[in-house]
Design a protein around this ligand. Structure first.
Ligand SMILES: [Zn+2]
Length: 132
């Protein structure tokens, strides 16, 4: 992975510190994702990074049965979830803590914590979702 200096660097740095930080425009208050350096709605460059609780609902999910690149450290099968973070509408990708291999339900309430996925010898911060 290259140096973490993109518009989403505060997101990754936040995860590394154990916090979920999401970008909100200081001009119009809109949540923006993916992260941008300038608001598409009002043009403001005042992007504020706000700590959010890791409460969300399942927007979409898939169970992966076959290995592909960068998943070498994960036990098969594993479930990936796109979750809508409560009260801001931002959707984030994470992995489900899935001990019973019970299929998620769209709209189901879930809670995230920050874990890691081992990729090419490095631990990459990862959101791990659990059922409430
Ligand atoms: Zn704005």
């Amino acid at each position: 992975m290259d140096a973490n200096d993109g518009a989403d660097a505060p997101y990754w740095n936040g995860l590394a510190e154990g916090r979920l930080l999401l970008p909100r425009c200081g001009g119009c208050g809109a949540w923006t994702w993916p992260a941008v350096s300038r608001c598409g709605g009002c043009g403001s460059e005042d992007m504020q990074w706000v700590e959010r609780p890791m409460a969300a609902t399942v927007f979409s999910w898939t169970r992966t049965w076959h290995r592909f690149g960068f998943t070498e450290s994960l036990d098969l099968p594993f479930v990936s979830i796109v979750a809508t973070v409560d009260d801001c509408g931002i959707r984030l990708l994470g992995r489900l803590d899935d001990p019973g291999q019970v299929d998620p339900v769209i709209g189901e309430a879930i809670t995230g914590r920050i874990g890691a996925t081992r990729v090419e010898g490095r631990d990459i911060p990862t959101i791990i979702w659990s059922r409430n």
